[in-house]
Design a protein around this ligand. Structure first.
Ligand code: SF4
Length: 455
């Protein structure tokens, strides 16, 4: 029940059924964004775009996919960070400029958008949305370079923050990862085609073979000449987002070349050793707490049970009865299995606590179902700071752990005992020997790229 999701990108070239494969890829990346989705394809004549608000399954039909011909495509699932939840902010963005038609998908968040926007507007640029992705497109179009490839390199020299990008033109597909590699981007092979995806679970669905990560700072270019790679910016110490392993990514994905399922199980094992408790059941908060709860159960010897059942068919919004005096909130998504919980001492395992209001409702729900004790265990350290790298987080003052100690958090949540994974334990699970190889800023406030507003 951690931070809100972010976005997923998928693209490939050259593949006969590029848009249909991209549609499948987006299906596998649906968990990364449910507010909007889009696909842009190229057929040697022009770029074709279809995008809209909602789930991938609702946006695309046979007919819309038929209108996305060609052997190259990029796609995006979106959870809004900058730009709001409006159709114009959905990706890919398609523009026509100095280099012909150009489409772009972005996972991440620039940290110097405001100053870039101001500068560009003063220079005569117009924008149709508040999206930082439009800023990148404007920088590419206004670059002094003679070719698109060089213009992209020039634009990248001006942007700061988090960006995993896919850029499609008539002649090229470019995959770009920022120098810190905040957001993931992996590469695979499907026959002749080079495939890119935020997570490897999408490769499994289309039958592509995982090759490697796109390296932090790397630009991989696919065109008629084949595949080549460049590192246009000075190298820095990479800081990929550790929260991908805590919560965002699907457990069946490899992220940064490491199994998400295995990492989460390790988190659960270490959590059990760090915060042992006498209990009858280990119950995950589904779905993101499941892998850590399995590890907790394994290390503690306490039986694992699905004591909370998740309704997977709830959309982002739902309509409550008009006369209702109570808020349905968490109840719509989760329901306790009373027969399992009654009279039991329960260890609840979740991945993180943000505002704490959801955790409090879940603890109440488990108690109301008859549990005699509820012990909360969190498989990451306290989240004390906001994310500026493409994850939708509340402001710092709304984060429960930003101003409370462990006892005050326990009291707010209403658990009998409370325990978090330590930062050091998290670093052990990530095999991060000097504690410097990932971004942990939402736990530490140590921002590798300080956002404009904080300077
Ligand atoms: Fe990930 Fe947290 Fe860093 Fe944001 S601040 S990139 S959520 S680790």
């Amino acid at each position: 029940m951690g931070f809100k999701d972010e976005c997923g990108v998928f693209g490939l070239w050259p593949e006969l059924e590029a848009s249909r494969q991209t549609y499948l890829g987006l299906y596998a990346l649906q968990h990364r964004g449910q507010e909007a989705a889009g696909i842009c394809s190229r057929d040697g004549v022009k770029l074709h775009l279809h995008k809209g608000l909602g789930y991938v399954a609702d946006i695309f039909t046979e007919a819309t996919l038929d209108r996305l011909p060609g052997n190259g495509a990029i796609g995006h699932t979106r959870y809004s960070t900058t730009g709001g939840n409006v159709a114009s902010a959905a990706h890919p963005f398609l523009v026509e400029g100095r280099f012909g038609q150009l489409a772009l998908c972005h996972n991440g968040n620039l940290t110097n958008t405001e100053s870039l926007r101001k500068r560009l507007i003063q220079a005569g640029q117009v924008f149709s949305s508040p999206s930082d992705s439009e800023v990148i497109l404007a920088l590419i179009n206004r670059a002094g370079a003679a070719t698109l490839e060089e213009a992209v390199m020039e634009a990248l020299g001006q942007v700061q923050g988090a960006y995993s990008l896919l850029i499609l033109t008539q002649d090229q597909l470019l995959a770009v990862r920022d120098p810190h590699g905040f957001r993931p981007l992996a590469m695979a092979q499907l026959g002749e085609a080079t495939v890119f995806s935020s997570e490897t679970c999408a490769f499994d669905l289309v039958g592509a073979d995982y090759v490697r990560e796109v390296e932090p700072g790397e630009v991989v270019i696919v065109d008629a000449q084949g595949v080549h790679s460049r590192f246009p910016q000075p190298r820095v110490r990479p800081k990929p987002c550790v929260f991908e392993h805590v919560y965002f990514a699907r457990p069946d994905s490899l992220v940064y070349g490491q199994s998400v399922m295995a990492t989460r199980r390790d988190m659960g094992r270490l959590l059990a050793r760090r915060h042992p408790v006498a209990a009858d059941l280990v119950v995950p908060v589904p779905d993101s707490g499941v892998s850590a709860a399995l590890g907790f159960a394994e290390a503690s010897g306490i039986p694992f049970e699905f004591g909370l059942i998740r309704n997977h068919y709830v959309g982002r919004t739902f309509i409550e009865p008009r006369q209702s005096i109570r808020s349905f909130g968490v109840k719509v998504k989760l329901n306790p299995v009373r027969e399992l919980l009654k009279g039991k001492r329960v260890v609840l395992v979740d991945d993180s606590v943000v505002r704490g209001t959801t955790s409090r409702k879940i603890v109440q729900m488990v108690r109301a179902a008859g549990a005699s004790e509820v012990h909360m265990r969190i498989s990451s350290p306290p989240t004390t700071h906001s994310c500026f790298y493409g994850i939708d987080t509340p402001s710092r003052d709304q984060l429960l752990a930003s101003s409370r100690d462990l006892e005050a958090i326990r009291e707010f949540i209403g658990a009998d005992t409370m325990g978090y994974l330590t930062l050091e334990d998290l670093q052990v699970t990530m095999q991060d020997h000097d504690g410097q190889s990932f971004c942990y800023a939402c736990f530490t406030g140590d921002y590798a790229v300080v956002p404009e507003g904080l300077t």
